[in-house]
Design a protein around this ligand. Structure first.
Ligand code: PFF
Length: 450
């Protein structure tokens, strides 16, 4: 007999949890990094199109399948399946999602750990312990191991407490704090010299870049990663939405929050780079492109904070707290994927399942840390450029082709009277059946044939 399933206690609880999953390092680091490397607002425009036109419909597919089946991805796709073949494909897709989730957590927890150790670096600076601060901000293997372990332990402790008392409770606390810190940091950065140049660079598009196929691939990958798609997280969170919840409006709210926070984070990071330039920090590489990748967060911003004197230490602390909060509400949502599967399908209690899986993923992170140069980038690209779009594609195929139309409508009608007359029902079923899979396939195939 499987353990009873958890449920979110309110609409707001779901929005906090799902937006918490979506809003993460991908928004505050990944998105501004892509903007900086890809022609400023040109990337922003394509990203917005990808997020609304491809990622949002795919998110709805996951939420609807999840709530209908009230199960983890492997079971849920079996429930939807209508033949032996589709059942097998469903199981394979479910496992592909779970594996992608584990891979993502293995690298995400390392980066999250760096953010957490930088909090301690700022605190050590404040109390004048420069040596310790340097160690916390160093890129040593020991530091990575220690703080990845700390981050996994935090994640495990929240997931052990379950859906309502763990995920919902903590996201409802952490998300508002995140918004306040983000707002304060933006207001502060905007008062500094050079910030307006950054705003211009962010909002004035360089259209010569819009035609590049790579831009579309990056924007789609970023949109899928940002909305936590193609790993089963949103399917599982959907499965915890009570039947009174209106899926169409909940999904829309999560998408809008996620995209807005990415946009707003750009208003922090890009102007901060130009403030750094104004303070004499190097922000361009040898080819004249803006420094992006790791150097954006771990070189440019620390140099900016250092150039700001005493205020810089507080800004640095606030920034790394912001990053750590954003990361934690995401790591918990990723760990929930394998944990939900294991507790439901293998009759293991939530606590042992969470600890065993959490430790196993930490061991995987350890392998990445010791073989960083060879493995890190590889795992990131396998998970985010292949795993997520392909699993996302399969979810859309299940929702559009395999899920029975009447059942689909009944699911959408729950908590949404008159859904059959709404715009969503008029457009989405065919859209997710034809357009989204075709768009994913076309963009994806350009990877190989461009
Ligand atoms: N959406 C998160 C971010 O933007 O940082 C990353 C993420 C969380 C990806 C959860 C996948 C996932 F299941």
């Amino acid at each position: 007999m499987a353990a009873p399933r958890g449920e979110f206690s309110s609409k707001l609880g779901f929005i906090m949890a799902a937006a918490g999953s979506a809003v993460g390092l991908g928004n505050i680091w990944g998105f501004p990094k892509e903007v900086a490397s890809n022609g400023g607002a040109a990337f922003l425009i394509i990203y917005l199109a990808m997020a609304f036109l491809i990622a949002y419909p795919a998110l709805m597919a996951e939420l609807i399948i999840g709530r209908h089946a009230k199960a983890n991805p492997v079971e849920a796709l079996k429930v939807i399946a209508n033949s032996d073949t589709s059942r097998t494909v469903g199981v394979v897709t479910g496992f592909a999602g779970i594996s992608t989730a584990c891979l993502i957590l293995s690298f995400y927890a390392i980066i999250a750990g760096w953010m957490a150790s930088n909090i301690l670096a700022s605190l050590s600076d404040m109390v004048g312990m420069a040596g310790l601060s340097t160690w916390f901000a160093s890129d040593s293997i020991e530091r990575s191991l220690l703080f990845t372990a700390v981050f996994m332990a935090l994640t495990i402790s929240i997931i052990t407490a379950g859906v309502k008392d763990g995920i919902e409770k903590w996201c409802s606390r952490l998300m508002p704090s995140l918004l306040v810190i983000l707002a304060l940091l933006i207001v502060y950065v905007m008062t500094l010299d050079g910030a307006m140049d950054g705003v211009k660079a962010y909002l004035l598009p360089d259209f010569s870049r819009v035609m590049s196929p790579d831009l579309y691939i990056s924007a789609m990958g970023q949109a899928f990663f940002s909305l936590s798609l193609g790993v089963g997280t949103m399917l599982i969170y959907g499965s915890y939405i009570p039947d009174e919840g209106n899926l169409v409006s909940l999904g829309r709210a999560v998408t809008i929050v996620d995209i807005s926070i990415a946009f707003i984070a750009g208003l922090l990071i890009i102007p901060a780079m130009y403030v750094a330039l104004n303070n004499g920090v190097q922000i361009y590489d040898a080819n004249g492109a803006l420094l992006a990748e790791d150097s954006l967060i771990f070189v440019v911003l620390p140099e900016l904070f250092a150039s700001m004197g005493g205020a810089g230490t507080f800004a640095s602390l606030a920034f790394f707290v912001l990053m750590s909060l954003a990361a934690l509400t995401s790591t918990i949502s990723i760990l929930e994927v394998p944990v939900a599967y294991t507790t439901e399908n293998h009759k293991v209690g939530r606590k042992p399942a969470t600890v065993i899986i959490g430790v196993a993923i930490f061991l995987l992170s350890t392998v990445l840390i010791y073989n960083f140069e060879v493995l890190f980038g590889l795992i990131v690209s396998v998970a985010t450029q292949y795993g997520e779009p392909l699993v996302g594609l399969m979810m859309c195929i299940f929702a559009g082709w395999i899920f029975h139309r009447n059942e689909l409508l009944k699911e959408i009608q729950k908590g949404h009277d008159g859904a059959e007359h709404g715009l969503f029902w008029k457009i989405w079923p065919n859209y997710v059946r034809f357009i989204v899979p075709a768009a994913i396939l076309i963009i994806f195939s350009r990877k190989f044939f461009a």
